[in-house]
Write a protein that binds this ligand. Structure first.
Ligand code: ADP
Length: 363
């Protein structure tokens, strides 16, 4: 079977609207003969990728997500997870060229919109033909692969998501997965219903996604990065921006069981000049994060009810370093469904499309 596998190096790439995700498989089972015959370029690429955590100004390897001793295409090795902004694609191509990638005549599998948009650039700059795969097919097969290979520690949920003292991250046993919903929160949002292995439908989506949060946050606060936006949000109070049920009712709206502290109108205070004069950048970031998160949560709930599905997986890089949104989604799913729905999260967040794409290379 070894003969049937493609030549190394093995990469899967997901070129999204905001971030490009790269998964690299490093074989750890090389025989001595293989090691000797391996071309210098491949050794160099491996050395370069492994020895660094940061590549230039904007590339990062998520070392904490690295997976050891996994099997890909009959080989055993390590999966490395790397990301950089899609806006830096030109610099990435330059880097690949300088590392000698262009001379390897290997196949790169790519998914995401950028696989189409940058196809010509890869051809021209590196003489590389991209093998393109559908991003949602890749996403689903990536989730299934990682779930199988990292069963004990991939999925989790939050217990007591609203209580700072009692909130706990708990491992979720996903060995009996079907059916489940996947809410992929990237630049935009796609919602998929998965009924069985290789059996899924895209049932809904919204353009109000992670890109909207970041875009609005930059406009409103002058921040420049996602990390900064999240940091601001963590130190803000949305009650200075949003109109709550109690701002309208003076207390709870008892007849329909709406507690006074529920948001009735996102940004509803901002028509008042007086209120506007008293908000901070932190408050604005916080309200933006909550607005976008709650909107996605409520669409996810409607889809789950429609499809009669109770397990809802949230993935995508919007959830990166973003416990506020994860806890909010956890609470919202449980509360508004009277405990029927469960929000589940995955450690490898935004990398499933790239993993699925790498697996396509083996087919
Ligand atoms: P896409 O494939 O559309 O690029 P991702 O799943 O990679 O989608 O998620 C992109 C979103 O992730 C951004 O819109 C932003 O909300 C969030 N994000 C997390 N980390 C970063 C980062 N370092 N730079 C930019 N956006 C980030």
């Amino acid at each position: 079977a070894q003969d049937a596998t493609p030549p190394m190096p093995w990469f899967g790439m997901d070129i999204g609207g905001t971030l490009t995700k790269l998964v690299y498989f490093e074989p750890t089972d090389l025989s001595e003969a293989e090691e000797e015959s391996e071309v210098e370029t491949i050794k160099n690429i491996r050395r370069y990728l492994k020895s660094n955590k940061a590549y230039g100004e904007t590339g990062h390897r998520d070392a904490h997500l690295q997976m050891e001793s996994v099997s890909v295409g009959n080989r055993i090795g390590t999966l490395h997870f790397i990301r950089f902004p899609t806006s830096e694609m030109r610099q990435f191509l330059e880097l690949c060229k300088s590392k000698g990638m262009a001379s390897l005549a290997s196949t790169i599998c790519a998914t995401g919109g950028g696989a189409y948009k940058f196809e010509e650039g890869f051809q021209r700059e590196m003489n590389l033909t991209l093998h393109k795969f559908d991003e949602l097919d890749s996403l689903i097969s990536g989730i299934e692969y990682i779930e199988d290979n990292n069963m004990d520690s991939e999925c989790y949920y939050f217990l007591n998501p609203r209580s700072p003292n009692l909130c706990q991250k708990v491992t979720y046993d996903f060995s009996n997965p079907y059916p489940f919903l996947v809410v992929n929160i990237g630049s935009g949002v796609s919602i998929l219903a998965v009924d069985g292995p290789d059996d899924y439908r895209r049932v809904s989506g919204t353009s109000l996604g992670g890109g909207t949060f970041l875009g609005l946050c930059c406009l409103l606060t002058g921040c420049n990065t996602f990390e900064e936006a999240i940091e601001l949000a963590a130190n803000g109070n949305n009650e200075n921006i949003d109109k709550l049920v109690r701002d309208i009712y003076g207390g709870d709206y008892e007849r329909f069981g709406l507690s006074g502290d529920i948001v009735a109108s996102s940004f509803g205070h901002m028509n008042s000049a007086e209120k506007r004069a008293n908000v901070s950048r932190e408050d604005l970031a916080c309200a933006t994060l909550i607005t976008i998160t709650n909107n996605i949560g409520s669409i996810a709930r409607m889809v789950a009810a429609n499809e009669k599905i109770e397990k809802v997986l949230f993935v995508g890089n919007f959830l990166r370093v973003n416990p506020i949104s994860m806890k909010l989604l956890s609470h919202a799913m449980e509360f508004w469904s009277e405990g029927k729905l469960k929000a589940i999260f995955l450690e490898h967040e935004g990398y499933f499309g790239a993993v699925g794409c790498l697996l396509e290379l083996m087919k």
